[in-house]
Design a protein around this ligand. Structure first.
Ligand code: AMP
Length: 181
């Protein structure tokens, strides 16, 4: 069940049971991205608290975070920083291992992508356990970034990710919640 405040956005998300493995309810945002009104609305709502705030960079987490993060960066007039799966970035990187709701992986970013003290917004499509966002935040902080917030279209609160990120002192913004995982 969704407890969204914006039913237009919630109904633009497609839910696919047992993907990528049994027991996972995959929340597919490609249907939202393909709907011009819903996509614009989602980006507008994500950036709304940061209007008038200085944001230097938006860091998007591969791959859906790139699509949303690029649009958010444009809207807040910030630069964009990709956080990628290991081995994809050509220059010197910093790397961190993290666990997913369904697996373990490593992520990287360019060492020189963010300057010390720069204000950074982290963007991804969904927060579940918070492992991915936590790793991205730690990576950014390791090179001196000030992470001002982490933004998601969807929060799965039963998995505790948003609480984990808030415990790091980073505010979390999400546009809707779905019960369960
Ligand atoms: P987590 O690290 O557990 O917070 O997982 C978040 C990452 O995994 C995000 O990059 C999501 O895109 C992806 N993800 C995790 N669970 C789901 C789900 N149920 N539906 C869609 N994407 C998911």
């Amino acid at each position: 069940m969704t407890v969204s405040v914006d039913p237009t956005l919630a109904s633009a998300i497609r839910s696919i049971p047992d993907y990528p493995k049994p027991g996972i309810m995959f929340r597919d945002i490609t249907t939202l991205l393909g709907d011009a009104r819903a996509f614009r609305r989602a980006v507008d709502q994500l950036v709304q608290p940061y209007a008038g705030t200085k944001v230097d960079k938006v860091a998007g987490i591969e791959a859906r975070g790139f699509i949303l993060g690029g649009a958010v960066a444009h809207q807040v007039s910030a630069g964009f920083v990709p956080i990628r799966k290991k081995g994809k970035l050509p220059h010197e990187t910093v790397r961190i291992a993290y666990s997913l709701e369904y697996g373990i992986d490593e992520m990287e970013m360019h060492k020189d992508a963010v300057g010390a003290g720069e204000k950074v917004l982290v963007v991804d499509d969904l927060i579940a356990t918070g492992g991915t966002a936590e790793a991205a935040i730690k990576l950014l902080q390791s090179i001196g970034a000030e992470v001002v917030a982490a933004c998601f279209i969807i929060d799965l609160p039963d998995l505790g990710g948003a609480k984990k990120i808030e415990a790091l002192g980073v505010p979390v913004r999400s546009l809707m919640e779905f019960e369960g995982d």
